[in-house]
Design a protein around this ligand. Structure first.
Ligand code: FQP
Ligand code: MG
Length: 217
């Protein structure tokens, strides 16, 4: 399965990201609202493990299937393989790209976090379908996040590797998303922009509109 290059609202969430709301209900509302990709990112304080994680992942997978939204798992390649997820997202400190590609097979989606043209070239050669780039703005969702990098490096990667889909991440909101689309990304990844929205459907509409208004290719 290849990464769709059409403008994607790429929602990332784990069971601890939904505040007072039920995480599965937030995922359901996001799917109903029209997200295009879903990544299960279960990490940090109180993260589910073992059979509880398996059950949560299977539930998310089932819902994604109902909406024909690719279900991608962050970091945990073994879990992704064991339940037949649609894809995996890994970073520079996670398993090696080539090895993960071998494990998941050619048909699955493989996303790799990169921070430079050099890393993007390597990821692409080693089998990435798309690269995640950020943090573009300041983020509260990742404890070990690097400093905000803006869109400069995204422009450089777009210039060198025009056919490699890029997903922007880090502090993206409905208000600043147009800057990210303008840099030429194929998708914008958000956590809190959706999890903290009072009205999730309305927020997703705004994120979608941010692309239509400002994305000129
Ligand atoms: N881009 C994306 C995506 N998803 C991610 N999870 C990351 C970047 C960050 O390994 P990584 O990946 O650097 O950190 P962590 O495992 O803590 O998320 F493009 F898919 F939006
Ligand atoms: Mg990772």
């Amino acid at each position: 399965m290849k990464f769709s290059t059409k403008s994607s609202i790429y929602f990332i969430m784990g069971s601890k990201n939904s505040g007072v709301r039920d995480p599965l209900q937030v995922v359901e509302l996001a799917l109903r609202g029209g997200i295009n990709h879903f990544q299960l990112r279960e990490k940090g304080d109180g993260a589910l493990t073992g059979s509880a994680l398996l059950e949560f992942a299977l539930h998310c997978q089932r819902m994604c299937r109902e909406y024909s939204v690719p279900f991608i798992i962050n970091d945990q390649v073994e879990l992704a393989c064991s339940i037949g997820a649609d894809g995996v997202h890994i970073g520079q400190d996670d398993a090696a790209t080539q090895k993960v590609r071998q494990l998941i097979g050619a048909d699955k989606i493989l996303g790799v976090s990169v921070h430079s043209v050099e890393e993007a070239k390597i990821a692409s050669i080693e089998g990435a379908d798309y690269v995640g780039m950020g943090p573009i703005f300041g983020t509260v969702s990742k404890a070990d996040a690097k400093k905000p990098a803006g869109v400069k490096e995204i422009l450089a990667v777009k210039n060198e590797l025009p056919n490699l889909p890029i997903v922007g991440i880090g502090g993206i909101t409905a208000k600043n998303a147009h800057q990210v689309w303008q840099a030429g990304v194929s998708g914008i990844a958000v956590i809190t922009a959706i999890t903290e929205a009072a009205d999730i459907a309305e927020r997703i509409q705004l994120l979608q509109a941010s692309c239509k208004e400002e994305h000129r290719t």
